[in-house]
Design a protein around this ligand. Structure first.
Ligand code: PLP
Length: 384
């Protein structure tokens, strides 16, 4: 099989698997226990914290481990919102992952004012428009860094400057970015940043929220008071050890290969553009280095991006019809709709996401398979 769906998840690196197995077997203590086994496990967790902190340029005290990206986003949003007795205002974008837009909808049902900023045809938020929507009672701005479905990178540093000047906490969902592009949180100027282990060759089920020093965040889970009281629950020591290894590998192995991944991406992009009936989506060059997305203009009501995913899978090529979490649904993609695509085209998205392990031969085979599938399907359909 040819795997071109690294935005959905990445296979754990062999060194991650080795470390997770080793820790599961040997360091199984509860890090809260003050005896020998507990302290050994606590050391494993703190080493992982150091590695994750180093990857994003913060101190270990600024890392709160979570069960993954979704929980990190929840902790950022509810951790700020819960500090207020009365509903306030939050600013976000129309191209957030559901792990941000869904908790914000919950707050809206509780009377919070949520302003969802529009994006342009490439999926970009305009910082100047953002600035005009800030209000005296805006208590959080949350904007995704790298969009999972269409690959667009937002001008996060510029937005951070605007928020900082107004004293408003700024959260970014950087789950598609960390481990794929260098991220220096202090230089970026964000206050809260979410990351997830399984997007950069770490295990599934672990991630972190970076909370800049001095920013108050209420707990999301209450109980034993782990993670400085911000996130109760016995930490998954082995998974966190794997996350720590992945964070180290990001610095030594993945990030040094960004230029090669970009070259693969641009090659795939050029080859897809030569196929009839495909239109590139998302921003260029402000784009995730491993990500190419298109809409298929030749589909109809019955045949959508999902159809292509199924046919490609039969030919041994694994891709996605948008964000993996939405693949099971047949509704139009809200992200493509926000970028101005009509309902039909918004059902016809296709995403290819690569890694430093991807080869040019794999890309050639995938594009050849897609070309043949499009040729088979097109005569049967009337173009939309
Ligand atoms: C941008 C973005 N945010 C959040 C998530 C959810 O992260 P996790 O799977 O770690 O809960 C994902 C996963 O696809 C994502 O791509």
């Amino acid at each position: 099989m040819i795997y071109l769906d690294y935005s959905a998840t990445t296979p754990p690196h062999p060194q991650v698997i080795a470390r997770v197995s080793e820790v599961l077997a040997q360091e199984w203590g509860n890090p809260s226990s003050i005896h020998h086994y507990g302290q050994r496990a606590a050391l494993v967790v703190e080493r992982a914290r150091l590695a994750v902190a180093a990857l994003v340029g913060v101190t270990p005290e600024e890392i709160i481990f979570t069960s993954g990206g979704t929980e990190a986003n929840h902790l950022a949003i509810f951790g700020i919102a819960q500090q207020y007795e009365r509903p306030q205002h939050i600013l976000t974008s129309a191209v957030e992952h559901p792990a941000v837009s869904a908790p914000l909808s919950v707050l809206a049902q509780r009377g919070w004012q949520i302003t969802t900023l529009p994006v342009d045809a490439w999926g970009r938020v305009d910082p100047e428009i953002l600035a005009t929507h800030l209000r005296p009672h805006t208590v959080l701005v949350s904007i995704i860094y790298g969009q999972s479905e269409v690959g667009t990178l937002q001008p996060i540093a510029e937005i951070a400057r605007i928020c900082r000047a107004r004293g408003i906490p700024f959260h970014t969902d950087a789950i598609q970015v960390v481990g794929r592009l260098p991220v220096d949180v202090p230089a970026l100027g964000v206050d809260l940043l979410s990351l997830s282990g399984h997007k950069f060759y770490g295990p599934q089920g672990c991630g972190a929220l970076v909370v800049r020093r001095g920013l108050a965040v209420q707990p999301w889970l209450y109980g034993g008071g782990q993670e400085g009281g911000k996130r109760s629950g016995t930490p998954p020591v082995a998974l966190l050890a794997g996350l720590g290894v992945a964070a180290q590998l990001a610095q030594t192995e993945f990030l040094p290969q960004v230029a090669q991944v970009r070259a693969l991406r641009d090659y795939l992009c050029a080859r897809l553009q030569a196929l009839p009936g495909l239109r590139l989506t998302g921003a260029w060059p402000e784009r995730l280095p491993h990500h190419v997305s298109v809409v298929w203009t030749g589909g109809d009501g019955e045949h959508t991006g999902k159809t292509l995913v199924h046919y490609l899978n039969q030919r041994g090529v694994c891709v996605s019809s948008g964000s993996a979490c939405a693949s099971g649904k047949t509704q139009p993609s809200p992200v493509l709709q926000a970028m101005g695509y009509g309902d039909h085209l918004a059902r016809c998205g296709l995403r290819f996401s690569l890694s430093h392990r991807t080869t040019y031969v794999e890309i050639d085979q995938a594009v050849t398979a897609l070309g043949e599938i499009l040729q088979q399907l097109t005569p049967a359909l009337s173009p939309c």
